[in-house]
Design a protein around this ligand. Structure first.
Ligand code: ZN
Length: 686
């Protein structure tokens, strides 16, 4: 089971954090522009690489090479998300760069918005909700625009006419039923055949996948590789086979570039251990051998000393309904030494937290293996971390590696900071919080407790608990991701209200946790509905998890009126009457969710998720959407990267790496498509 990862706290950006900011910003801060632009349901922000100049030249050079490796996999993700995504992106970009018509027209403006959305989602499906979004310009406009291009710019197949190309591509973009969902989680349908992603070839069914990978599993193997992680499964003449992502295999052209830059990075490694990590990753990209991948993951976990660190590869499997295939992602970062001191405290107390949790003793970890926690500054976001990014990461995903070697847990400080600063001053709290008292608590402690909850989620939550012997880590199937995220969130919620937080100085006010409790309930019951399309149910694992926890607590606290939904002037608000009882309920649910995970109780997982995590109340949904519209807040955010420039001497050695923040969103996307786009338009068998 791979997951454990990427949590994305959605409401963070809403806190006006006036009281947390220094009274007088420095000149540099005043100039820095966090807000880039807004369109559709998205807002683009910019993050600052604080303390860049604290790095040595060697470290900067290392970051530079790793950044390059992080940008070269962008095409892979587009192709993984849908087999037509590269063709569509390249067509749209050709129109964008060469359009001769009226750029002020409504149709052209709708076209630009669509292209910006395709860039943001790495394809034609919503990055979060996974549903296909439709163009708001006409097929006629599109056909005219394509036909007026130099035909060499139209990414056709060999010997295909422009008309035939249009006939193939137009329905993919415009027909709602075709490739309707990137990932299907609906119970009762074939989740593989129902998903529009490209992890499986034509005709492959859920049953095929379960049998194919089921046959590889050996229950006696205590160190299984993540079967299927780095390949596309296809069916040819009724036989199943894997197309492996590697040099000489699928996505070779991009992987060759990634490997080139990783090898360059190896020359600037900070120490022998880090050099080994890079070499093992290169080996894995060359061979596609998952045993090597596990060796790499182990070496990576063990490297806790290096200041610069990175993720580069096929990592998270949220994009596959069965959680086997991993999307390509990358990020590069360096340690924020000051902030890491705080995160470290959590790791040092991991044993205490595990011992005191409300979980039954047989489901607890016997030995808590080094959870190394750190706070980092991101230098680049790539693949599935770009432009939308997690704010915390906990890797690797392999259960046995986590058990034997531990995991690395990070909180990305400069991203969180950018969310907070970009949101300063919006009226979100006024609109959705029930009373001035709650609002004050959230203004005073919201940012602090949100960060702390992220750290607890990543660093303790995902790292806690154990499976009973013989339990298949994939036993919860499509409910696995949601249950895992719920487990981590509950662990964080339970402990953020513990007096231990004050004792180890992670919080300095016994009321502070209430900010997180209120935010969590408000988000799970009300505000996250703003991210759902009308008529749709909740699909995404983190959102399902938040809905599950909030609705379960609401229902189980009903008799005692622990939490209530009240209506004032036609607006719905959360009221928490008893924070202490709410914590008890959180503990009860944590114990049950851990039991489900430890025992692999699929039936109980399904019941919990289907009952509390999926359904949307249409009236409330409509109300929330209207309130959001009035505020003009985009429900989703993403980032542009800084621009890095290596200054070289005559021999070609790097003598400096310069960083700048001037690039706009479309400008950056067009540059990436020009400079970092090695894949052919059509990669896999159709
Ligand atoms: Zn998580």
């Amino acid at each position: 089971m791979k997951r454990n990862i990427l949590i994305m706290t959605t409401t963070l950006m809403f806190f006006s954090c006036a009281k947390k900011q220094p009274a007088r910003p420095t000149a540099q801060e005043e100039q820095f522009d966090y807000n880039v632009e807004q369109f559709a349901d998205l807002e683009i922000l910019r993050y600052q690489v604080t303390d860049w100049d604290s790095l040595s030249l060697q470290q900067k050079s290392l970051v530079y090479c790793l950044n390059e490796a992080a940008l070269y996999g962008r095409d892979i993700l587009f192709d993984q998300n849908n087999r037509y995504n590269l063709a569509i992106r390249r067509t749209l970009e050709a129109i964008y760069a060469n359009y001769k018509g009226d750029t002020a027209s409504t149709e052209y403006q709708a076209f630009v918005t669509y292209l910006k959305r395709v860039w943001f989602s790495s394809g034609i499906h919503h990055h979060y909700g996974a549903e296909k979004f439709l163009p708001e310009f006409t097929p006629e406009f599109f056909a005219d625009a394509v036909k007026s291009l130099d035909s060499a710019l139209v990414p056709r197949r060999e010997n295909q006419s422009v008309d035939a190309f249009l006939a193939e591509i137009t329905p993919v973009m415009f027909q709602p039923e075709l490739y309707a969902k990137k990932i299907s989680q609906d119970s009762g349908v074939d989740v593989i055949a129902g998903s529009a992603n490209n992890y499986y070839g034509e005709g492959v069914t859920q049953k095929d996948v379960e049998l194919f990978y089921g046959a590889m599993k050996n229950p006696a193997d205590s160190t299984p590789v993540p079967f299927g992680l780095n390949s596309r499964l296809i069916k040819e003449d009724g036989k199943l086979a894997e197309e492996v992502y590697k040099i000489g295999g699928l996505y070779s052209q991009a992987i060759e570039k990634i490997v080139y830059w990783l090898e360059e990075a190896g020359k600037y490694a900070e120490n022998a251990r880090q050099k080994k990590v890079i070499e093992l990753l290169v080996d894995f990209y060359r061979t596609g051998d998952l045993k090597t991948y596990d060796e790499y993951a182990i070496a990576w976990v063990k490297d806790t000393e290096s200041v610069v660190d990175f993720v580069n590869g096929f990592t998270e499997s949220y994009g596959d309904a069965l959680g086997l295939k991993a999307s390509w992602e990358a990020s590069v970062n360096f340690k924020d030494l000051q902030a890491t001191a705080k995160t470290k405290i959590i790791g040092e107390n991991a044993r205490w937290f595990e011992d005191h949790s409300p979980v039954a003793p047989q489901f607890k970890k016997e030995s808590v293996k080094g959870v190394s926690a750190k706070t980092i500054t991101a230098t680049i976001l790539g693949g599935d971390c770009y432009p939308a990014t997690p704010i915390g990461i906990n890797l690797p995903n392999s259960n046995w590696i986590r058990k034997e070697y531990g995991s690395k847990s990070v909180t990305i400080n400069n991203i969180t900071e950018a969310y907070g600063k970009a949101a300063a001053g919006n009226e979100f709290l006024d609109e959705f919080v029930c009373s001035p008292a709650e609002k004050e608590i959230m203004e005073n402690f919201g940012l602090q407790t949100d960060n702390l909850h992220t750290s607890l989620h990543e660093c303790l939550g995902h790292a806690s608990g154990q499976l009973l012997p013989g339990v298949d880590p994939d036993a919860l199937k499509v409910y696995g991701s949601t249950i895992e995220e719920a487990r981590a969130d509950l662990f964080g919620l339970y402990y953020i209200a513990d007096p231990k937080m004050l004792e180890i100085a992670l919080l300095d006010n016994p009321e502070a946790y209430k900010a997180e409790y209120y935010k969590y309930m408000m988000n799970g019951l009300i505000t996250q509905l703003s991210r759902i399309e009308p008529g749709k149910q909740i699909e995404e694992a983190h959102m399902r998890n938040r809905s599950l926890i909030a609705h379960w607590v609401l229902e189980h606290g009903q008799a005692d009126k622990v939490v209530e939904l009240v209506k004032k002037d036609g607006k719905t608000y959360v009221v928490i009457n008893d924070y202490e009882k709410m914590r008890t309920l959180i503990g009860n649910l944590l114990a049950e969710i851990q039991r489900i995970k430890s025992e692999g109780d699929f039936k109980a997982a399904r019941e919990l998720v289907e009952q509390y995590g999926v359904k949307v109340n249409p009236d409330l949904h409509k109300e929330v959407s209207e309130r959001y519209d009035k505020l003009g807040i985009a429900p989703y955010k993403g980032f542009v990267n800084p621009v890095y420039e290596a200054v070289r001497d005559r021999q070609g050695s790097i003598i400096d790496v310069k960083i700048s923040y001037k690039e706009g969103y479309a400008e950056q996307m067009m540059r990436y498509s020009k400079d970092y786009s090695p894949l052919p338009t059509y990669n896999s068998l159709f």
